[in-house]
Design a protein around this ligand. Sequence first.
Ligand SMILES: Cc1ncc(COP(=O)(O)O)c(C=O)c1O
Length: 339
Amino acid sequence: MGNIHNSITELVGNTPIVEFHRLKKALGLKGRIAGKLEYFNPAGSHKDRMALEIIEAAERRGDISPDKTTLVEFTSGNTGVAMAAFAAAKGYKFKIGVQNGVSIERSKLLEAYQADIATDIPQELILGVFEKGIAAFSEVIEFMEKGVENPYSTRQLDNPDNINAHYKHTGPEIWNDTDGKVDIFVGGVGTGGSTHGVSKYLKEKNPNVKVVITQPDPNDVVNPIVNGVEDGGFHGIHQVHDDNGITPMAPANFNDGLVDEYRFISYAETLRAIHLLAKYEGIFVGASSGASLAVAIKLALESENEGKLIIPLLPDNGERYLSEDLQKIRPEVEEKVGF
Ligand SMILES: Cc1ncc(COP(=O)(O)O)c(C=O)c1O
């Protein structure tokens, strides 16, 4: 009867795709850009899909249940927020470790959902994650699991249910909502789960769909402080290559085999894309969205992409980073951007 939902977990997915007509006109774009607005997910990002799939797949296997299991994850980002929200909605205890420099908004959201924030992780273990890469995550998780009865590590970096969430839902939604007309998909890499799952699905439907991966400009990575903001130079997306190929920063859930092209984007281009989208479309997105949108804009300016439909995945909303002043226009940073 009626249309009353039983839980916010029922509201995950089916996010809208919006075509940016006014942006196209203002920039004289040749290609069409339509962004997938993942901030419409109930806990605010594309990570909701993964968090829910990881929990529910483990439930289906009989590995976890709210009465006995404590979920454990180490993350500074949207995964923690999504996991905290759905752990609460389903009645799980959730222990989270956070990396240094987590944004104020996200740490306050974890507090709001009453996640158990581990404050005793030794700094050398946390720093090890930056220094040694992904292998060091297991050491942190091992430390966090000590003394916890029935811990279940959700392991976003190598849990295949992260990929499955996007293969089962995000990819099909893009295919269906574009009537199979998508030409180019643009995404970024944190765990690699979203681009892996989406690309796998889209290429199975049409091998000609091109997958472009957004990467932070190496100059920004070398100079990680931009306008007073120190974030390791990644600005919300990770660099998965060095000069010789895949670095240890490429997580197990990332799949290089599904990528057609890598495009490098500077922080200035990211900010410019964010401001253009807010100005012309009334949509304010976060930094990783801005980076993928900047790639989409560059592609849409190229003659070979005339009339093509380009879908960037826009993971979250700019409100999640207000403390970083993403909305602020900085002429000294943005003046060299070519769009
Ligand atoms: C805002 C934002 N954008 C992009 C990503 C990358 O997504 P994925 O982990 O699916 O590669 C993440 C997380 O890592 C994120 O929090």
